[in-house]
Design a protein around this ligand. Structure first.
Ligand code: ATR
Length: 266
């Protein structure tokens, strides 16, 4: 019988995960089927129970169900615990469900591929929502020189920074132009808005990364960074592939080829 996987979310129509995982399966000669499932409000547990009861082996979870998935798992990886959210569930051989979060490691994977070393770097993360929380541990694990979280709502940055001794919080106004890499972890690009961080701060970075991506073209943030002549500006498409690749590896024990995937989808 073909092994079954899917992505849960709402909305989920736009998700590229089925195409990505189907491509991975073809490339690594794995017999599996990957579909998508819209989660009705308050129904995550019921729908996940049904999926696993009918033989499902694993799933991805996207907005707005990542915290439901965190609560659903019987066991959590350290990454899931640190993120407070789960984007990957796996049925273990004893029937229990493992929850992992591959988002942050997907980002680190992409940054390594782009030859940007985090070790010793001064890092600015803009935003203090779920996306920022999800990337913090994998970033801190890379031994950067410093990590600063700046958020429009300062108190949220303070709260997030509290869990890590290496991380400090800032308002947008108090930032000095002293970062090697700036990561936009806000959802502002989804609305075609820019976080109000001074151009002076952005200009001084050698590398800018937006966790968001657009199917075609630049995000407003990467576009703006390019206009300011920041040498390297990337969107989060590579992170999307990275997180998917790591989920696939957790489920199947093989890692598909990143570059081949990127070339196929972009
Ligand atoms: P989630 O936790 O689901 O990722 P969220 O809590 O709404 O979503 O967080 C989104 C992040 O994007 C927050 O850091 C938010 O800033 P606030 O905490 O001040 O709301 C940030 N954000 C969204 N739009 C923004 C904008 N136009 N400028 C600056 N920050 C923005």
């Amino acid at each position: 019988m073909t092994d079954k996987y899917l992505v849960f979310g709402n909305p989920v129509e736009h998700s590229l995960s089925p195409q990505l995982h189907t491509f991975f399966a073809t490339c690594t000669h794995q017999d599996l089927e990957y579909t998508k499932c819209k989660v009705e409000e308050g129904k995550f547990k019921q729908q996940a129970d049904e999926f696993f009861r009918l033989g499902g082996l694993g799933c991805n979870i996207t907005v707005p169900c990542k915290i439901d998935a965190y609560n659903y798992a019987d066991e959590l990886t350290d990454y899931a615990k640190a993120a407070g959210a789960v984007n990957t569930l796996k049925k273990l051989s004893d029937g229990r469900i493992l929850g992992d979060n591959t988002d942050g490691r997907g980002l680190v994977y992409d940054l390594k591929r782009l030859n940007f070393p985090l070790q010793g770097a001064k890092i600015l993360i803009i935003g203090a929502g779920g996306a920022a929380k999800g990337i913090l541990k994998p970033i801190v694990d890379c031994a950067p020189l410093s990590v600063t979280i700046a958020n429009r709502t300062y108190e949220k940055a303070v709260e997030l920074a509290r869990d890590y001794k290496e991380v400090s919080a800032s308002t947008f106004d108090n930032l000095t132009p002293d970062f090697n890499i700036i990561i936009n972890a806000t959802s502002s690009s989804l609305k075609d808005e820019l976080p109000k961080v001074a151009d002076e701060v952005l200009k001084n970075a050698s590398f800018v990364y937006d966790l968001m991506y657009k199917k075609t073209g630049q995000t407003v943030f990467t576009q703006h960074a390019k206009e300011l002549l920041v040498p390297h500006a990337y969107d989060g498409f590579g992170m999307l592939i990275g997180q998917a690749l790591l989920s696939f590896e957790l489920w199947r024990g093989v890692k598909p080829d990143f570059e081949k995937t990127l070339a196929n989808f972009r």
